[in-house]
Design a protein around this ligand. Structure first.
Ligand code: HEM
Length: 326
């Protein structure tokens, strides 16, 4: 039943995208309509992501994170996709990014039918939306019409990517500087309901929280015990831990993440912080109590994120291959 209604929503979404015409600056919903004869660019990209998802459902997390890491540094200009020495890709927090191959495959598929028209920044945005839907999230209309950037610097990624130790106040400031509200920030962190992290990103919470020599007192005792087993004090830094505690549904995007936060089962410090900070705690509670609130708000927050620092008009270029300028 759920599958039927999801397929219906997808079909309707893909048809309606050709009719809808909301605009934001020079971005618009359905921008590619009529630009690739009668081909549906969004459907082609969706099908590439879906084929990958069938083999590896965890890819949805990789693609959602990839869009975030693209947009927060230099705007949504596909700068994170560029290869080369000292590009954003080479920055330490970006070494665990996944999904480049899927973006490349989607770009190749659209280039075949429509060369030089669809930007990599838009391919990534559409791939991330496809991921949210495949992960059980609500379909949302994406704005397109972005162009690709020509510059990608490791130093900018290091300076702009948020750290997991960041106080909530600083994170809110960072997001506000990109035009995102407090609610956008808390809702977007719901991206952490899918995918995984590695011990070295939260080990300090298990053994030596902010130089106290003790674990983070906010952490649920049972979870602390379980995580210590996976991440021993010495070694194991690269062991993988799924954000979702149930390994069978770690690729389903839903408000379970916020429920876990309220019972002290956050894994990353930033996630624990949004639950305990008076600045964001009430939003976390509302999201935990209402699955529909999260479901209806995640897509619009992704759209807002997709507006950061976009290149349009004569700016930038349409890359032929996403990993290099030209
Ligand atoms: C202050 C903001 C944020 C911080 C500090 C942060 C930090 C992190 C860290 C440390 C990881 C684990 C990386 C690894 O060990 O491989 C991670 C994973 C992830 N993040 Fe965030 N994040 C933030 C915001 C966001 C936002 C806004 C989104 C989505 C819109 C997002 C989506 C994801 C996803 C989906 C993963 C899992 C990736 C995978 O499984 O490959 N994050 N994040």
């Amino acid at each position: 039943m759920r599958r039927t209604s999801s397929s219906l929503a997808l079909a309707l979404g893909l048809i309606l995208v050709t009719l809808a015409s909301h605009c934001y600056g020079q971005l618009s919903v359905g921008y590619y309509k009529g630009k690739c004869w009668d081909h549906n660019v969004e459907e082609i990209i969706f099908n590439v992501v879906k084929a990958k998802f069938a083999k590896d459902p965890t890819i949805v997390a990789g693609l959602i994170r990839l869009q975030f890491h693209d947009c927060i540094v230099r705007g949504c200009d596909a700068s994170v996709l560029l290869d080369g020495p000292k590009t954003e890709k080479t920055a330490n927090p970006n070494l665990s990014l996944r999904g480049f191959d899927v973006v490349d495959a989607a770009k190749i598929a659209v280039e075949k039918i429509c060369p030089g028209v669809v930007s990599c920044a838009d391919v990534l945005t559409i791939a991330a939306r496809s991921s949210v839907f495949l992960a059980g999230g609500k379909w949302y209309y994406v704005e397109t019409g972005r162009r690709d950037g020509l510059v990608s610097r490791q130093s900018e990624a290091l300076a702009n990517l948020p750290s997991e130790y960041m106080p909530v106040r600083d994170a809110l400031h960072l997001f506000a500087s990109r035009g995102l509200s407090k609610e956008d920030f808390v809702v977007l962190l719901g991206g952490h309901s899918v995918g995984s992290t590695h011990c070295d990103n939260f080990k300090h919470r298990l053994y030596n929280f902010h130089n106290t020599g003790k674990p983070d007192a906010r952490m649920h005792t049972g979870m602390l015990y379980a995580l210590k087993k996976i991440c021993p004090k010495k070694g194991g830094s690269n062991s993988k831990v799924y954000f979702k505690h149930n390994p069978r549904n770690h690729y389903r995007i839903d408000n379970g993440f916020y429920k876990h936060l309220l019972v002290n089962q956050a894994i990353l410090e930033i996630d624990a912080n949004i639950a305990s900070s008076p600045l964001t705690n009430s939003i976390v509670k509302n999201l935990a109590y209402s699955p529909d609130y999260f479901r209806n708000r995640f897509g619009p927050a992704m759209v807002n994120m997709g507006r950061i620092g976009v290149l349009t008009g004569n700016q930038g270029q349409i890359r032929r291959s996403c990993s290099r300028v030209g």
